[in-house]
Design a protein around this ligand. Sequence first.
Ligand code: NAG
Length: 392
Amino acid sequence: MGRKQEGNGIRAKLHSAGVQIKVLDQKGVIDLGSIQLWFGLLFGSFGFLYVLWQFFIVETDPMSHFPAHMRAEFQDQKHLYERFGDRQGIARTINIAMVVCDPTKVDAVFSTIKNIVLLSISPVHLLLFTQDEVMKKLIPDVEKFSWSVPGRLQFRFEFAQEEIFGYKESVPCEQQKLMLPSELQNHGLPAILVVGPEFLVTTNTDEIWRDEIIGLGEKQALGLFEDRHQLSTDVLAIDLIRSLTNDLNVTCKKEEPNERGPWHNWKVWKGMRDQKPQLESIQAELQQLRHCNQDIVKRISYEFENGKYGLRKVFNNRVFEALQHAFLKTDKDLSDKAFNDQAWEKLESLEPNNIDRNLLTDLLERIKDGFQTAINTQNEKIKRIEEEANFV
Ligand SMILES: *[C@@H]1O[C@H](CO)[C@@H](O)[C@H](O)[C@H]1NC(C)=O
């Protein structure tokens, strides 16, 4: 009833305003006719502009401004869209984080860096969380390497903390990996692969980015490898936005109220830790994350462990070491004989069996193909840039 009265009130006010305007017009204070004309012209010109805009200015392909080499391939785009919907927009750059506090791992880390960059088609953005000792050893190598692959590696160092939550870590700095979503809040990154030195790519880095980051299910925020008795930190695939927008269950209790809290609250992680205090390092946290937050956790495909697209050290120690050695020694050409020789020499020094030899043969072939794909794509881009420059 109140609303009806209000409506009547407004109508009455409008009516009286209309009457007053007519009175002003009759008194000669205003000229209603010319005001109407002006309004008519105003709307008319807007309409005219709109028609012009529709016919002449709006373009069907806004990308046509960009030089050809910067435009996404229609086929790729369509294919990506079919597979991943909106999430294909994450595809521009591959974001990698490495957290390293152990100075004895520097060579292994550098091998993985070279591996990831040399086999990537998209440019790599690398964040290295380290402490001073590791940083001093890594900087010259990484910097020199980045000059040899112009435009393909962007890196920066960040500081890694040994213990974040105030309890002793069996593997120093592991907890930092869990805190990356909070730490990277201001970096404007959509997602990141946290990679350790016990993982190598065997085709193209883009495969793991595509399948395990862009391909994360609708609610999923974290991907990891699962071993029989523990969860692995060799690779963590983290969606940085979803990890911060979903609250985490601290326990698996079905009945309410369950303890819950946001990712960046250390009490959540401490609560998870307290559930399984006997476990080492961040195992307790990962177990609780895995078992009590199933909606957001995904298992990374086995094909990134067994050599098809990627290889973990735990899958085959000897072959892994052989490849790691070859990547450390290579300058940048993975298709030349020297790279293969380095790998074979190392493998033979480790008393391999035929399974190892067959696997290495297969993986060297895959790496060579992946490297060719990456190189060919870059050469095509360069050719297109030059052609456009000549055309202008
Ligand atoms: C948290 O636990 C509740 C109750 O067991 C469950 O329904 C919900 O899916 C869990 N949250 C996540 C993110 O898995």
